[in-house]
Design a protein around this ligand. Structure first.
Ligand code: FES
Length: 706
């Protein structure tokens, strides 16, 4: 049943119960309005939307007027125009006159209304409120001098979110929006969802961080934007909060095939950018993913997983690390006949032969590598390819995901003495249970995560004295803080700010001669400028020295492919095409040693490009989890801002340092859902209906008329 009304002579059939403003806007008739927001209850405070109704006295706010059968409405008349102008004058009486200094300039709804109504803001300005801008809160700025008391923020906080932190306060006869007793948002139970900033029509309540409209989503959901694979972090975290682990796992699988591996070893750039970190501590995103992967059923994502019909095209992927496995997996799902050739006995690359098993148990790598078989990839392990170009005879496309498996020896005296090892060989031998050549006193040269993997592996293999030295100062070391702390707990002696002068010894390494570094910077050409401390030279004795100072791709110019810096494979930016037609490259072999998640992202890109080259559309996206509508009403949680981060459970140093059993148990059952509930749900505000200005309605009207 609809209701027949007439607006400005136009006959309309509208839904009963709606107000006149909504009815007009829905039908392309613009009525100025400010305090109205489609997601919020109307209060009729700004009076810009006033209209006349045939047979009724005076004017009335259209947002508070329910449609009635036969109602005839006029949206513009001399009386309406005069009263609207008066309403605007009242709004602007204490508003700053100069819009150009406002960070919301160009995106302010009030500014567009001033333009639409053709009024001069300057003429109407009568007083200054004199509030100090409140920069005390994380994420959000309150500048009550710009407030026109439309009340949207208060309604968003209470009616939409059910939080109710914002309210009207009064000071020196001036009404303003604030919290009870003007407490900080964090002390008031704020959830920092950003709804207030989202609905504010002026520059009054706004995000501290500034962004252009195109940057908005990436800026305000930085966890997803920073993830190289763009995993929908808020969505899977919310599923974990609700105890829906299979759904959470399916969300992760929409972007990558190895959630459990990443739950253990992802470098989690998402956590570095997590906005909760500005409130107190970042959400433990990696561990939440791990919990979902360990507790969620695989049935859901497998049931929804796509597999396109066979294309008849053959692809060979060389290299079974995270990049190669990811590319092979998605190419097979696109319907191509994919063969994956791996030189070592099992799949995994650095996940199996670089990262030690105490961080990433091999059975997890094997389990998730098994998804490639499910996808139909023909896996050939123990198959070292030497003639890459020759593969073109048998395949329509070849992808080289060779990784960086060759350790680098720095050019220094003694670097080739017996007892001098390189990171990759050492870690691979340890992983394969083969002799490493390590003695009892070990020095690791390097300060990144791989150096710590070497040092901690040496500890577990029985080394009695382990030193780790690097050029960087302690606070500039490249390894994760957690790695450094745990290594120290395991008795590894760390020597930051040291130069490596020489490996001493005649027929075997006997130690390393170091100098202490006074300062270490880079010049404008990224050349290292090192100032040594005078007379600081000294030797640490050892029978084993391990270079952990970088890795390269094991390829030579004889392979017939153009090589780039650091022995990388040169590719066309964006396409992954090498100098040889039909041969692509991706991952560490292209850009140097990076993280597992970056390799996975590179594998996805390569799969998409190759699919396009083979006649597909390159669309490897999948919807594996149900598309949910999250509850907008998140409610108040006392002390929400101070809820501490749930920490990963590690075994103590004594229990872990002489064996390769997993060192971490992740989050305990009682902590996982609670940790997920700490998420600010930064994505929720993007479900709030976006504001439309008068020109949008005009454009729509013109579009409909054409
Ligand atoms: Fe109707 Fe403000 S929009 S009174």
């Amino acid at each position: 049943m609809s209701v027949a009304i007439e607006i400005d002579g136009k006959r309309l059939q509208v839904d009963p119960g709606m107000n006149v403003l909504e009815a007009a806007l829905q039908n392309g008739i613009y009525i100025p309005h400010l305090c109205h927001h489609p997601d919020l209850p109307d209060i009729g405070s700004c009076r810009l939307c006033i209209v006349e109704v045939d047979g009724q006295e005076g004017v009335q706010p259209a947002c508070k007027l329910t449609v009635q059968e036969g109602m005839k409405i006029t949206t513009d008349s001399p009386r309406i125009a005069a009263q609207r102008k008066l309403a605007m004058e009242l709004l602007l009486a204490a508003h700053p006159e100069d819009c150009s200094t406002c960070p919301k300039y160009g995106r302010c709804e009030l500014q567009t209304l001033i333009q639409y109504m053709g009024v001069s803001a300057t003429r109407m300005h009568t007083r200054i409120k004199g509030f100090a801008q409140n920069n005390q809160n994380p994420l959000i700025i309150h500048d009550m001098n710009r407030c026109v008391l439309c009340g949207r923020c208060v309604r968003a906080c209470s009616d939409l979110r059910g939080v109710g932190v914002l309210q009207y306060n009064k000071k020196d006869m001036e009404t303003y929006v604030g919290t009870l007793h003007d407490k900080l948002l964090k002390d008031s139970g704020c959830r920092f969802c950003g709804a207030c900033a989202e609905v504010c029509p002026t520059g009054t309540i706004r995000d501290i961080i500034e962004y252009s409209p195109v940057e908005k989503k990436d800026t305000l959901i930085p966890c997803q934007a920073t993830c190289p694979a763009h995993t929908d972090v808020p969505r899977y975290v919310r599923f974990v909060k609700e105890g829906k682990f299979a759904e959470a796992l399916a969300v992760v699988h929409e972007k990558l095939p190895f959630p459990e591996c990443l739950g253990r070893v992802c470098a989690h750039p998402c956590e570095s950018e997590c906005r909760r970190g500005q409130v107190n501590e970042a959400v433990s995103i990696r561990n939440i993913k791990r919990y979902a992967a360990e507790h969620g059923s695989n049935d859901l994502w497998k049931k929804n997983s796509k597999h396109l019909p066979a294309t008849g095209k053959k692809v060979c992927v060389v290299g079974g690390g995270p990049a190669g496995m990811t590319a092979a997996y998605y190419l097979a799902k696109q319907g191509h006949d994919v063969t994956l050739k791996e030189a070592y006995p099992t799949l995994g690359g650095q996940m199996a032969y670089g990262i030690p098993s105490y961080r990433l148990p091999r059975e997890i790598v094997a389990k998730e590598a098994g998804y490639l078989n499910d996808a139909g990839v023909h896996v050939e392990t123990g198959c070292r390819v030497t003639d890459f170009v020759g593969l073109k005879q048998d395949y329509d496309a070849v992808l080289l995901a060779l990784g960086t498996h060759k350790g680098v020896r720095l050019p220094m005296q003694g670097n080739d003495l017996p007892g001098v090892l390189v990171n990759s060989d050492f870690l691979r031998s340890a992983a394969m249970g083969q002799p490493t050549g390590m003695g009892k006193r070990v020095i690791v040269l390097g300060g990144g995560n791989v150096a710590f993997d070497c040092a901690r592996t040496a500890r577990r293999l029985g080394a009695q004295e382990i030193h780790l030295a690097c050029l960087e100062a302690r606070d500039k070391m490249l390894a994760d803080e957690e790695e450094i702390t745990q290594a120290q707990e395991e008795g590894i002696q760390i020597h930051p700010a040291h130069t490596f002068e020489a490996i001493v010894g005649t027929d075997h390494a006997d130690g390393v001669r170091f100098c202490r570094v006074k300062s270490f910077t880079f010049d404008e050409n990224r050349r290292a400028i090192i100032e040594k401390e005078e007379n600081s030279e000294y030797v640490i004795e050892a029978d084993t020295v391990i270079f952990a100072t970088g890795q390269r791709t094991d390829i030579t110019p004889e392979a017939g492919l153009e090589l780039g810096r650091g022995n990388s494979i040169a590719v066309q930016p964006g396409s992954g095409r090498t100098s040889v037609a039909g041969i692509y490259a991706c991952g560490d072999a292209v850009y140097g040693t990076r993280t597992v998640i970056q390799a996975i992202a590179a594998g996805r890109d390569a799969a998409s490009e190759i699919d396009k080259a083979l006649g597909g559309d390159g669309d490897i996206s999948e919807v594996l989890a149900p598309v949910e509508v999250p509850d907008a009403c998140i409610g108040k949680v006392e002390g929400f801002g101070d809820l501490p981060r749930a920490e990963e459970q590690f075994r103590c140093a004594e229990a872990r340092s002489d064996n390769f059993a997993p060192i971490s148990a992740g989050l305990c059952d009682s902590a996982a859902c609670g940790e997920a509930a700490r998420c600010l749900q930064c994505d929720l505000r993007f479900r709030i209906t976006g504001h439309r200005i008068w020109s949008d309605y005009m454009d729509e009207k013109e579009g409909a008329a054409q």
